[in-house]
Design a protein around this ligand. Sequence first.
Ligand SMILES: [Zn+2]
Length: 149
Amino acid sequence: MHPEGHPHACENCATPLQGEYCHHCGQHVHNPVRSFGHAVEEVFESFWHLDGRIFRTLRRLLAPGRLAQDYLAGRRVPYVQPMRLFVVLCVLTFFVGRLVVHFGSDAVDVRAGGRPIAQARTVEEVERLRGGQVASLRQARAALPAPLE
Ligand SMILES: [Zn+2]
């Protein structure tokens, strides 16, 4: 093993390594099979290591097809890798959506006689307001036409 944790020979074809990639088969020296902790660390690292490429990539996306043309022409280093871009944009979308989209308050506004039941001060008052609500619901149900058989 190398002092930085990289092997001296390719783990795929056993060719002695001269850099980050095997010059014989092309496999990267980085071994993706690690611990769960390492996988979590890589997810966070992918966010910290976005640098200026994310802005360059997003700017290029404004002109439809340009990023794809560059990518297919082999100009890939200036841009974020497609899957990483996808994950980053998904996470950003969820954060922005959480801040922007609201589905109303969680509190249920139960009113009895035009008055919010939450303003009742005693148990008897709550029971009286609830009783009034139940009575009006029964009246409404009795006024409905009979269901068809
Ligand atoms: Zn190899």
